[in-house]
Design a protein around this ligand. Structure first.
Ligand code: AMP
Length: 608
């Protein structure tokens, strides 16, 4: 019999563990009989570590030493917007780690985020062992599809710290689709809409013959139930400040009580139209007078407060469909995942958007862990013939001269995958190159996530463009990146598995870009590109010359202004494509530039 592999859904708010028992995936309940366990870790006054429900129960009285939503911080860099926002809203102390990473201080001890996540994973491991009566070590852990390399690495590290053998990291929506389609022999295209406590993901998959192929994925790793809660908290804090001129955020215990009551009200409003919010003795004034929060919240008001958050999820769905090159009508089902999809407004929005009711047959809290357990079995049991083909959510590449981002692997490419490209030196007698590995979609390097960097030294002293360096990227089935740079003349090689702890802030990245001009690389000259660049440059010159005349002629006409704005956008896009040496985009731009130049010539000639 194949070894048991546990599947863990390490959620922002709750975690869940499952196994496949005699061919059937099952969730393992915790000691209280619940199928999910709060993803909370606390340090009690006596130094004891508390995990799950026990941690949640004491959160109000020990707010500063109770960690929740740590998943929002995992693999993040110090100084990033996500971290700044958590510092403002979380009652626990978030501090800078030694590698520009994020740590949390509980009493006098500092913990890394993978360490805190490991305590939750360990709890899941123990629950499984108690249930089975035997030790388990192999695990598949799920992560949001939109997690980048750093966040995936850090999750894998958490598994290692928990004493687990992480055989695969898989994406939450993909796991959900696996649980949905397992054993049903179906053939269809589906969307998975996953709105959890901290993150939102949507994936479009094609299921057929036990093959689960992701076509596209999109998401936001900082959009989830926590944001809905904060909208309620913000409202309560604002009203209290207006009435009593006291900022409740300054009191950690009050903040934790507000957080609790806001989440409770939000959940209640999924089944009732109005709920009461009562927080007696929330704070006492300097004159020993106790103040309370007592108010009502309606479902309508909650929906109004969170309207833009729901809209954001739909915009992301549009993006995923575009990336998949599919129309809504081509999908046959939508699977809802994550606790937040219980909110009626979310369900309505999804129904309106896709044009049909979402699938009711899966349990939004359990389906991800079940899928992880199925994937674990598929990887270890030869009789389980399920094949999962996932994609990388972000493009991957390196920085080239001028601070541009050169993509080597496009987003939504099936993983595992590898790609290589030859780059050349940009200065005479340049003897080293610095490879900055980036993930993202912007043409500008500094607007993407820096995954890591390394220097290849000892290059032959030669004129610029003569020395060639081959850079090879690989993305594993876990979505984790490794990069190798090789001097093609000497065979000298440098490689890294990009690590989460090598984090740098965006400012540092910008400084690095400026400081490293001498070590830059450029894309190897390519005849097809050179020809396209030449054509684009001459069209750009022609259009630029006509701009003043055209603007003067059509000034005052809205239609004309619109045409001028569009022309400027096309020119900027073409310049970016030249900088990023992106041939496919440049070819598209040339067509648009051609149309613009014809239109401009027409306008100018008519008035002469
Ligand atoms: P997950 O990360 O999937 O466990 O989702 C947790 C999120 O779902 C949290 O923000 C919860 O407050 C939210 N949630 C759970 N149940 C409900 C409900 N009945 N109505 C609205 N939100 C809910």
């Amino acid at each position: 019999m194949a070894e048991i592999v546990i599947g863990i859904d390490l959620g922002t708010t709750n975690s869940c563990v499952a196994i496949v028992e005699e061919g059937t995936p099952v969730v393992i309940p915790n000691r209280g009989g619940y199928k999910t366990t709060p993803s909370m870790v606390a340090m009690a006054e006596n130094g004891k570590r508390l995990v799950g429900h026990i941690a949640k129960r004491q959160a109000i009285t020990n707010a500063e030493n109770t960690v929740y939503a740590a998943k929002r911080l995992i693999g993040r860099k110090w100084g990033s917007a996500a971290v700044r926002s958590s510092i403002e809203t979380m009652p626990y102390r978030i501090v800078e780690g030694p590698h520009h990473d994020v740590r949390i201080m509980l009493r006098d001890q500092v913990f890394s985020i993978p360490e805190l996540s490991a305590y939750i994973l360990q709890e899941m491991k123990i629950l499984t062992e108690e249930y089975l009566g035997e030790e388990v070590s192999k695990v598949v852990i799920t992560v949001p599809a939109y997690f980048n390399d750093g966040q995936r690495q850090a999750t894998k590290d958490a598994g290692l710290v928990a004493g687990l053998d992480v055989i695969r990291i898989i994406n939450e929506p993909t796991a959900a689709a696996l649980a949905y389609g397992f054993g049903r022999n179906i053939e269809r295209k589906v969307a998975v809409f996953d709105l959890g406590g901290g993150t939102f993901d949507v994936s479009i998959l094609e299921i057929g013959n036990n093959v689960f192929e992701v076509i596209a994925t999109a998401g936001d790793t900082f959009l989830g139930g926590e944001d809905f809660d904060h909208r309620i908290i913000d409202g309560l804090v604002f009203d209290f400040q207006e009435e009593h001129n006291i900022d409740l955020r300054k009191d950690k215990m009050a903040l934790q009580r507000l957080k609790d009551v806001a989440e409770k009200a939000k959940c209640e409003l999924s089944s009732v139209k109005e709920t009461e919010i009562n927080l007696p003795f929330i704070i006492s004034t300097g004159r020993n007078e106790a103040l309370h929060v007592q108010t009502k919240l309606s479902r309508e008001k909650l929906e109004e407060l969170c309207d833009d958050l729901v809209k954001r999820t739909l915009d992301i769905c549009t993006q995923a469909l575009q990336d998949a090159e599919l129309e809504k009508g081509e999908l046959e089902d939508v699977i809802l995942v994550g606790g937040m999809t219980r909110m009626p407004r979310v369900q309505q929005a999804v129904t309106q958007f896709f044009g049909f009711e979402p699938c009711k047959g899966v349990h939004p809290d359990e389906v991800v862990a079940l899928g992880a357990a199925i994937q674990g079995t598929a990887l270890t049991d030869t009789e389980c013939d399920v094949l999962l083909l996932d994609v990388t959510p972000h493009s991957l590449g390196i920085m080239i001269v001028g601070g541009y981002f050169h993509k080597l692997i496009e987003q939504n490419t099936t993983v595992p995958t590898s790609e290589s490209h030859t780059f050349t030196t940009v200065k005479d007698y340049q003897t080293s190159v610095k490879i900055l590995v980036l993930q993202g979609e912007s043409d500008r390097a500094e607007e993407n996530e820096l995954l890591g960097e390394f220097i290849l030294t000892g290059l032959r002293r030669a004129m610029k463009g003569e020395v060639e360096v081959d850079v090879a990227f690989a993305i594993s089935a876990d979505g984790i990146v490794s990069v190798t740079a090789k001097d093609l003349e000497t065979g000298l090689e440098q490689s890294i598995t990009v690590t989460a702890t090598s984090g740098l802030t965006e400012d540092e990245l910008r400084d690095m870009i400026e400081a490293n001009q001498d070590h830059m690389v450029d894309v190897q000259s390519n005849k097809e590109f050179d020809k396209a660049e030449h054509e684009a440059q001459s069209l750009l010159r022609e259009i630029e010359k006509m701009f003043p005349d055209v603007e003067q002629i059509i000034s005052g006409s809205d239609f004309g202004q619109d045409a001028v704005t569009k022309a400027r956008i096309v020119c900027d896009k073409a310049r970016s494509a030249i900088g990023a040496k992106n041939l496919p985009v440049l070819l598209e731009c040339i067509e648009a530039l051609g149309r613009t130049s014809n239109m401009f010539r027409g306008v100018v000639s008519k008035t002469r």
